[in-house]
Write a protein that binds this ligand. Structure first.
Ligand SMILES: [Ca+2]
Ligand SMILES: [Ca+2]
Length: 243
């Protein structure tokens, strides 16, 4: 077997495995449960995460209109999405936080940090974040946000983000982050002036084990991928015969 053909087979096998399942976790958050003191308090009403084909898409819906961070408006969206890639609160990076010695109670994540500073209300959350999405980084490059490693503060990926009047959506590739589709996550949002809402308010939102979650095989996608790989093989054979 030639080296390129072997590589092609390995790539097809990998894609098929990654694309075999999809999962969707959908949650609601109370309206009017914001904190902060400013006139604009961005308020999460619902959110979901959908895993499919090696990517996870997060969508957050809000009670009122929001704008991109790069709009530098009063309702420009800032905040973080913590990603607990191994769903283990005891693992994850520990950035050096001002005013905090040692690991944060419950797990290292932005909710627990700002809770320890008296900024965020509600219980600690058991997210041991390996990575986080910095929503405010969109101010540095319009239409894109950075995904950071919590252990090294390195940018793992820069991905597109799209804003609607009352919602925001972004997709991150999990390849390269050492994760499985199953992960815990939490949200902390606000304006450039202050943080105003969090989710979840208690237990961690989990893409694989949450209420409202469905984990289903995707035979259609798998078939398409298989056909794609088959076509690749056919094309290769034709090329070889023609050579
Ligand atoms: Ca809310
Ligand atoms: Ca973890």
């Amino acid at each position: 077997m030639s080296f390129p053909r072997l590589v092609g087979l390995v790539v097809c096998a990998s894609i098929s495995l990654v694309g075999f399942t999809s999962a969707r976790a959908a949650f609601t958050d109370p309206t009017g449960d914001t904190f902060g003191t400013g006139p604009t308090r961005i308020d999460i009403t619902s959110y979901d995460a959908v895993y499919s084909g090696g990517n996870t898409t997060f969508t957050i819906n809000f009670a009122g209109p929001i704008m991109a961070a790069s709009a530098f408006a009063g309702n420009s969206l800032y905040g973080f999405i913590d990603l607990d890639l191994d769903r283990n609160a005891g693992t994850g990076g520990f950035a050096s936080f001002p005013g905090v010695t040692g690991n944060l109670a419950g797990g290292n994540n932005w909710i627990n940090y700002y809770r320890s500073q008296g900024v965020v209300t509600g219980p600690a959350i058991a997210t041991g974040s390996e990575a986080f999405i910095d929503l405010g980084s969109e101010a540095n490059h319009a239409g894109q946000v950075d995904v950071f490693s919590t252990t090294t503060n390195a940018v793992l990926a820069t991905v597109a983000i799209s804003y609607a009047s009352n919602s925001v959506s972004l997709t991150i590739p999990l390849v390269g982050m050492g994760s499985s589709p199953a992960m815990g996550f939490d949200l902390l949002v606000g304006t450039s002036a202050e943080l105003t809402d969090r989710a979840a308010n208690g237990s961690v939102a989990d893409l694989s084990h949450a209420s409202g979650n469905t984990a289903v095989p995707e035979p259609a996608s798998l078939s398409l991928l298989a056909l794609g790989c088959l076509a690749l093989g056919v094309r290769r054979r034709r090329v070889r015969r023609g050579a």
